[in-house]
Write a protein of this length. Sequence first.
Length: 401
Amino acid sequence: MSNSKKINIVMFNMSAYAEWESGIENRNRHVLKQLLGSERVGKILAVDYLPHTFKRALRVYREDRLAKPAGEVVFKSFFSRAVKISKKLTVYSSVWPKISAKKFYDELGRLLVKLKFGQFIIWSYYPLTVDYFWRLNRLGQKPVLKVFDAVDNWSEHPAYLKFKKKLLNNYQRIDAEADVIFAVNGELKNLFSHQEKFFLVPNGADLAHYQKEYTIINRDIGEIKPPIIGYVGTIQERFDADLLSFLAQNNQEKSFVLVGPVWQKAIREKLAGLANVYFLGRKSYDEVPMYLKQFAACIIPHQIDAFTKSNDPMKIYEYLACGKAVVSTQGTDLEDLKPFVYSSGDWQQFNQHLNDALKEDSDLLREQRLAAIQNHSWQKRVERMWEVIEQKLNKIPNPNI
């Protein structure tokens, strides 16, 4: 394959583009950003998170189909819309998948012809359906390579337990159909039998974003008494409220600050009576580093179960990108980062590690954390992905891309 040829990508997202625009960040978003900045990429058609329930379909119709577009509308039907965001990126949203898979893929195929995509790679984050691996073969829309990026084990995700059987079947189909399977965590290897397709590519951090100089704005966090022990992320099922309650009660001289939306009302209620626990709500991606820089230490008090064992928390990388000590119920398999993550197996150990982290912290340790995280940027992660993809493409006779 000639390196002068650009590669087009049809990407099936784990989020809607509108959600990313509202401030939600995840692996899919970061990888997409890197791909858009790559000279090796021609065009990307990003297919918004496909509706798998009528409630989600209604949301897609209301937020993506009816809302003011973020760019130029290049295609529109009663149930779908394609918006050109930039020269490289077009975003396609549709309600059709919940109504008729055939009509959805027929429409998607026509859109690819309209956009003059020619040959392309499928790159998916979405395991709730995997029909895209074969349905796009029609109308001459045959992918030259099929990539799946496994972000956690969705079959163990609390929100998808009613789809568990379907997801497990789909992982088997991914195992059979995909040419390349990336994964955030080695545990995910157990979902797939074709180990020669499996490539471990952990999460990373946007170093430029987290290591800029930020002016400290004394808003909601400004009057909170230090030392501040902080958590950034969605407060949902995986968050161990009982552990945080234990920590707060045993460290009343410390302030525990939770930055992020609360999806589980019961967690807020459980912690409401603790005077040293503060819920600051969702903050924009631009604001997050400012908050992190005011934390004395960062924590990841996640429950350990079948789902979290398949995770690779982005928080670890983002906390370290700010030079912060990390205390977590989830450790890291990355040898160069292990010295900088206090991994805790029980509440007492977590509490001890938290106090050790505060006592041991120093300018030297902060410099060492910042040096270690340099090897874990999103740029380096996507460079690794490209190495694998190009090796595969080079084995394809006359891929014509």
